[in-house]
Every structure is written in C-alpha cells, then in structure tokens.
Write a protein that binds this ligand. Sequence first.
Ligand code: G4P
Length: 201
Amino acid sequence: MKRLQERIRQDGVVLSSQVLKVDSFLNHQVDPILTMEIGQAFARKFQADRVTKVLTIEASGIHFALATAYALGVPFVYAKKKQAITLPEDLYSVPVYSFTRQETYRISVSKRYLTARDRVLIVDDFLATGAALLGLVELVKQAGAHLIGVGAVIEKSFQEGRGKLEQAGVFVYSLARIESMSPGEICFAEETENMLAEETN
Ligand code: G4P
C-alpha cells in the first residue's frame, strides 16, 4: 500500500534495526483517514472470502479491525489481555509469550463471539515474531472456526513471524513489508520486487 509506505518513511522513526516507532499516526496518536484506507485495503483483498468476523488483540489492533470490519460489513472481536470477570469455561484462552516484555500473558475471547460457524480474518498492526498472532490463530482453532488468513498493517519481514505463520498453514497478507531498516533508512520488500521487475523488463 503505497500511501502507507510513504507515511512510514515520512513519520516513522527507526529506533534500532529491530524497532520502528509509528506512534504519531498508527498506534498511539491515530490518523483516522489512513486507518479507514487500511481497512478498505484489507476488505478489498478478502472480499471474496465470505468473512463473518474480524479478530484482533487489544490494544493497537482494535482500530484496524474496526476499519476492516466496517468495510466488510461484519462484526469484529478483540482478544483481551486482562482476564475478564467471567467463568474460565466461558472463554477460549491461550498463553502468549511477549519477547519485548519477557513475560507470558493469557489472551482470551468469549465463546459467545467466536463459534464453529465463523469464517475469521485476523488483523493486527505489527507482524514481528508472530507470538501474538499465533495466539490468535490458536483461539480460532479452539473455537473450531475457519481461519481465512492474517492481515498485518506492517510486517517486519526480517523477523520470524511470517515464516512461523506460514509453517502453521496460515495465509499472510501485509500492507507494508519492511525488508530491513536502520536509523534514517527503510527498505520495503515491495520496492525491491518492483525494481527487480523493472530490471528484467
Ligand atoms: P506479533 O508478531 O504477533 O505482533 O507478536 P510480537 O510478540 O512479536 O509483538 C509484541 C508486541 O510488540 C505487539 O504489540 C506488536 O504490535 C509490538 N511490536 C512488534 N514490533 C514492533 C515495532 O517495531 N514497533 C512497534 N511500535 N511495536 C512493535 P502488543 O504487545 O500486543 O501491544 P499493543 O500495542 O497492541 O497493546
């Protein structure tokens, strides 16, 4: 998605070769126009897949799931990180290890909002190590629902997330794939592919 790439270049801050700060427009202060365009881009990609529910995880996936669900005309559900005051048997729940915080937390979704009849599209802001997304995939499995795929707004292709998801048989679609980055420089996979295509033409 060209506009997203341009915005990442313009306003993203590369803190290290591993961490990209996008909190001025994506995950703290949020640009609503860009967010709605992101939702439309996911909806266009998955419009033929008869999605019945968009699933994400709090907090930074919520507005992208809302925009995508709105464009598809279906509800969205977000997995909670804090345990709700609900009976454990009413929840699908799975442990997720956070590499950034070096701790394990549980994510959960009510059994009422994810069922075997659902066709689920998972959406999240970052695809990095894949830990949180694999947790969401597991929740879909527990529900016996059909998983259509994962939509990531930004994929850090140099981390292992995509490989792990694909190994688990999950289709992955990302709107901006970062191949490498360093302070002052971001290299998108799509641009490398376009350059190679131009060279061979
Ligand atoms: P993932 O690949 O499935 O997202 O899992 P991972 O465990 O690698 O990511 C852990 C958290 O770190 C996620 O947020 C993810 O969005 C965030 N993250 C990963 N890489 C970056 C990065 O380069 N920049 C920024 N800004 N965030 C990154 P989370 O813990 O779920 O927190 P929340 O913000 O959604 O509440």
